[in-house]
Design a protein around this ligand. Structure first.
Ligand code: ATR
Length: 286
């Protein structure tokens, strides 16, 4: 039987659970229309008990999809179920982008690419720092730590409430990472060039502790991967003492680009127009 994916316009998905609030369809839908491409991108609710079957079906000619995004809570499982996993996703143990190549399901993780592309776009030379401090050691922090290490940052301090989780990441990613508990945070900020919040502190209007960002280098940068609210408590605190900031929305936009190129064959641009569209959607729901 001929595979229908060879003759019809490409279709991609984002699969996760819950999936209702995913903004990926807005981003990919915008690019499809901006570049006048034939194709579709849709969200699919897939719970954990259905994931293995969902992935197995993707490899068959019954599936209409050429690939898609995998989101919470399936990023780890996707990595195990794919046929080919790129080395950096393999090291992370998590994948967020799938595509088919000669009938084999390939996987990569674009979160770290999105993180650095956002900083590259909004703050060139951000990587000219000796010391980076990363708060949080959950799933979201792994891609950031890997990306900072791969960018050649020489000193990366991982600070977490549960120090064992930070230690596990040091073990996973090796030098130049060091693990610390929360009590070390203020001292580590002394002379730091970069602070990244990957914890859930400040997300959805929750409280965040006060941090002495004025102790960072005068050309230091504070960024947050939380983007709801866009101006998180840490970004507000940094701005109040004159430290530059980059918000996390661009990471969401940039991490989407490699998948779009794989499925629809065109490298998309992250523009202010796209950013404003997604921002309006976030503001409409808050
Ligand atoms: P994700 O996969 O999105 O990173 P996660 O695995 O639940 O989510 O991790 C959330 C991060 O925020 C963790 O680093 C967590 O610290 P613990 O590992 O100690 O749980 C951090 N976090 C959440 N609430 C916190 C709080 N009140 N104070 C300090 N850190 C907190």
């Amino acid at each position: 039987m001929r595979d229908s994916r060879e003759t019809i316009s490409p279709r991609a998905f984002v699969a996760g659970y819950p999936i209702k609030h995913s903004r990926s369809p807005l981003i990919h839908g915008y690019w499809l229309s901006r570049y006048e491409l034939d194709g579709a991108y849709e969200k699919i609710a897939v719970d954990s008990s259905d994931l293995a079957e969902f992935i197995a079906t993707l490899k068959t000619s019954e599936s209409p999809y050429c690939g898609g995004n995998i989101t919470i809570p399936h990023k780890e499982a996707a990595c195990l179920l794919a046929d080919e996993v790129d080395p950096s996703a393999e090291e992370l143990g998590a994948a967020n982008t799938l595509w088919l190549e000669d009938g084999r399901l390939c996987a990569m993780n674009t979160d770290g690419l999105g993180f650095v592309a956002n900083l590259d776009a909004r703050r060139p030379y951000w990587d000219h720092v000796d010391r980076a401090v990363v708060l949080g050691a959950g799933g979201a922090s792994r891609a950031v730590l890997q990306a900072l290490r791969d960018r050649g940052i020489s000193e990366i301090h991982v600070v977490n409430r549960t120090i064992e989780r930070a230690q596990e990441l040091v073990h996973r990613f090796g030098a130049p990472l060091e693990a610390h508990g929360m009590d070390a945070l203020e001292t580590l900020l002394d002379g730091a060039g970069l602070f990244v919040n990957t914890s859930s502190l400040g997300m959805d209007g929750t409280e965040a502790p006060h941090l002495p960002f004025e102790r960072m280098k005068s050309d230091g940068l504070v960024t947050d991967i939380v983007y709801v609210p866009l101006k998180t408590p840490f970004l507000i605190q940094a701005e109040q003492v004159g430290v530059s900031t980059v918000d996390g929305l661009g990471m969401l936009l940039h991490q989407a680009a490699p998948g779009f190129e794989k499925w629809f064959g065109r490298k998309p641009e992250v523009t202010e127009k796209l950013r404003n569209l997604v921002l309006a959607d976030i503001e409409g729901h808050s």
